[in-house]
Design a protein around this ligand. Structure first.
Ligand SMILES: *Cc1c(COP(=O)(O)O)cnc(C)c1O
Length: 414
């Protein structure tokens, strides 16, 4: 028991779960089971009254009190809702952390980490972070007098050189999007801690099934639940996980004060998703590996970006830091912008769409889609060529996926 030490802590309502299984602490639940088991059971013992195996969707805004100020752990659903409590405990267990916080979107979760900072603070972030993260940092928080250095976080010397006395946060993504760079979480956490700063890792691409940043020294893990954790392209959500009780309390203060919390139906959908995270990820990884290997051999493909390939520049780090290499594959075609546009339009099993992490395969052209807002010169300098294609490899049969790619390549490039 670590996160119910004060009466205030107990007001998040998780004590309800103590009564049911005597083990509200998400960490203890994780320790009590491997991740495949935690994914299904952590945070969600059968409903006490009915035996329902899924947590009910508590569609309520408020809760009756036994007397003034005598609530039963819940008083208002922005502050706490039992369906959300179940999700938060489940996500904390998956990441091997003690405390989870769920949000209305991945961006709302990232925003809450920034809420921890004060005017004058400095942040070091990767130069290829998610576009929405870049926009939040540059276009929102620079106006609040935070400053940001965007550096190649695979270059630890460059990160060290960017540290200033006022550095308060190092923001890391790994693998990155769309070039699948791998950042060393342990080394970056160490640089952050030596600078007296926090290290936060956006673990959306890897998921806790493949990578648990807290184990490598990170202070906060951030997620877009919209991607693999939800897994079915039917819900938008975000989360933060930490092991630190004081940080958790502060994150909870901002979660409640700002109010970007998920509704109980969204929480239910994510809980439904996380149950199958391990089996889905196994198939995502297996399919992605097969496609990466075959693309690598295909004459129309100049280069494949997949950390599971031995020639990936950070393959060894990825093998150390991750349990497998994920479901995202990028590759460069030897073709013009238009030919590559034609290729991504010609696939049929792979749907032409932004986003990622669902069971269905998606394909996109960063130059004209996800990364189109970056000026062309800057985009090319960053390695995002006109021929670059990003695929979110789904869980369909791998031979159907490969046949789709081969056919579209033949249509567009020959
Ligand atoms: C999608 C995504 C986000 C933002 O999440 P939303 O749920 O869309 O707000 C943040 N980081 C990464 C890596 C993402 O892929």
């Amino acid at each position: 028991m670590t996160h119910h030490d004060t009466p205030d802590d107990r007001r998040d309502g998780t004590e309800q779960f103590d009564d049911l299984d005597g083990e509200a602490d998400a960490r203890a639940q994780r320790e009590g089971g491997q991740i495949e088991t935690a994914a299904i059971h952590a945070g969600q013992p059968p409903d006490e009254q009915t035996g329902a195996v899924m947590p009910p969707i508590y569609a309520t805004s408020t809760y009756v009190q036994d007397g003034p100020g005598q609530d039963r752990g819940y008083e208002y659903s922005r502050t706490g809702n039992p369906t959300r409590t179940a999700l938060e405990a489940n996500l904390a267990a998956l990441e091997g952390g003690a405390h989870g916080r769920a949000f209305a979107s991945g961006m709302a979760a990232i925003n809450t980490v920034l809420n921890l900072l004060e005017a004058g603070d400095h942040v070091i972030a990767g130069d290829d972070v998610y576009g929405g993260t870049y926009r939040l940092f540059r276009e929102v928080y620079e106006d609040y007098d935070l400053s940001f250095s965007f550096v190649d976080t695979t270059d630890l010397d460059a990160v060290g050189a960017a540290v200033r006395p006022e550095t308060a946060l190092v923001w890391v993504e790994t693998p990155t999007n769309p070039l699948m760079r791998i950042n060393d979480i342990a080394a970056l956490s160490q640089i952050a801690h030596e600078a007296g700063a926090l290290c936060a890792v956006d673990n959306t691409f890897a998921t806790p099934y493949l990578q648990r940043p807290l184990e490598h020294g990170a202070d906060i893990v951030s997620h877009s639940l919209t991607k693999y954790l939800g897994g079915h392209s039917d819900v938008v959500g975000g989360a933060l996980v930490t092991d630190d009780a004081e940080l958790n309390e502060r994150l909870g203060f901002y979660q409640n004060s700002v109010g970007a919390t998920p509704d109980p139906f969204a929480c239910f959908l994510v809980l439904r998703g996380t149950k199958t995270l391990p089996v889905r990820m196994d198939r995502h990884c297996e399919n992605a590996r097969t496609l990466a290997e075959r693309l690598d051999e295909h004459p129309a493909v100049d280069r494949v970006y997949y950390p599971g390939l031995p020639e990936h520049p950070s393959h060894e780090l990825a093998a150390e830091q991750m349990d497998d290499f994920g479901g995202m594959v990028s590759f460069e075609l030897a073709g013009s912008l238009d030919e590559v546009s034609e290729f991504v339009s010609a696939t049929e099993v792979f749907a032409l769409a932004e986003s990622l992490g669902g069971v269905e395969s998606l394909i996109e052209q960063p130059a004209t889609m996800t990364h189109a807002s970056i000026p062309r010169e800057e985009r090319l300098a960053a390695g995002l060529t006109d021929g670059l294609v990003r695929a979110s490899v789904g869980t369909e049969h791998v031979e159907d996926l490969w046949a789709d790619i081969e056919r579209a390549l033949a249509t567009a490039l020959e």
